[in-house]
Design a protein around this ligand. Sequence first.
Ligand SMILES: [Zn+2]
Ligand SMILES: [Zn+2]
Length: 179
Amino acid sequence: MRTEMAPLESRITDELRLIPRWSIACAIATFVAAQYYFWVLLPQLRHTSSHIPLVLHLYLTTSLGALLALYFLMVGYITQDAPRRGMNVRVWMICVIIPGGIGAVLYFLLRQPLLASCPSCSAKIEGDYHYCPHCSYQVSGCCGRCYASTRITDLFCTRCGHDLASDHPPERLQAFVSR
Ligand SMILES: [Zn+2]
Ligand SMILES: [Zn+2]
């Protein structure tokens, strides 16, 4: 139910699926254009053959092309990722477009947790909530003594050792109902 419980590979696949087609197309076009510029246009403009070794030349042009392509993928990703975290897309687009990648680094440092929907009232709730703030539906397990988050398979609180069964949590939040 909660995103943290999905295995790492499926989480990465889900994240990659967010990248819209237009940004993938832009990324491919940018990569091809960069290669065309370095291998076809630039040698013609200089009228002299490059003195850089071929392997190094290949490495530099591929890296630069990949970097430019990555930029478009990231812009596409952020247009999809920001709304589901309740973040302002326009403000972040402006930050990310700033050259040097500082805006993108800031985005990943400062981004808000994913918003989920309450199964009971459909209100938008943050991923680390234990209860829905609108209808008090319990969305995730927590310890009745210290209020730490608990997992569905836990029998005792990992922070204070409290017996979680004594809190009588709803059955959907317990993996082992009867012991
Ligand atoms: Zn609710
Ligand atoms: Zn506890």
